[in-house]
Design a protein around this ligand. Sequence first.
Ligand code: 1GP
Length: 231
Amino acid sequence: MEKFNEWDHIFKLDPNKHLSDDNLRKICTSGTDAIIVGGTDGITFENVLDLLERIQEYDVPVLLEISDIEAIAPGFDGYLIPLVLNSREKKWMLDAQHHAVKEYGDVMDWDTVLTEGYCVLNPEAKVFQHTNCALPDEEDVLAYARMAEHMFQLPVFYLEYSGTYGNPELVERISEELQQTTLVYGGGIRSAAEAEEMSRYADVIVVGNIIYERIDAALETVQAAKESKMD
Ligand code: 1GP
């Protein structure tokens, strides 16, 4: 988990979506730095465990992004705990996490746990609606980033545009602000050019949906992210 800040590219797989064995092999052997298992709807213990077991055939780190306390399976290399900074409800910032720690605190291996400060920026995204977010403007996002780094000292600040391509100028501005906290960008990356662009500013990019639509385009984002870092 300490490598998170050394990674450039992550694929996010949704346990509620079908991926053929062949395409799963391509994703896991693509050279990506890690796989996150996560999603918003239909996440169950069974489908999380099934996907974990399929990914474990390959030599790639696999992390679970916890969205439902009932769907926490053992065996992941790491566990990501999102705090939704721009939710209107304390539930998504504190209460769900409190509930999880109360339930599992005795058996948690804290070395495998990483907290992510999420800022959700696409009002059409399921996660935006599910967690009852308020749409932040640019100054709000900057303030959340500063809070993530200086007040909460979070290891990760995640600019989440899930489903739509975000504003690279905003990502650039936030990247200039964060020194210690790792900046993760996710949302709408559908080509090598987009991966390259967001990788100029974000420490790590996350690629999700395109995996299920155009596997070849998804695979091209790995090298693009890596090359962007070398420029
Ligand atoms: C979703 O940030 C990830 O949580 C990736 O977004 O599915 O739009 O690629 P996409």
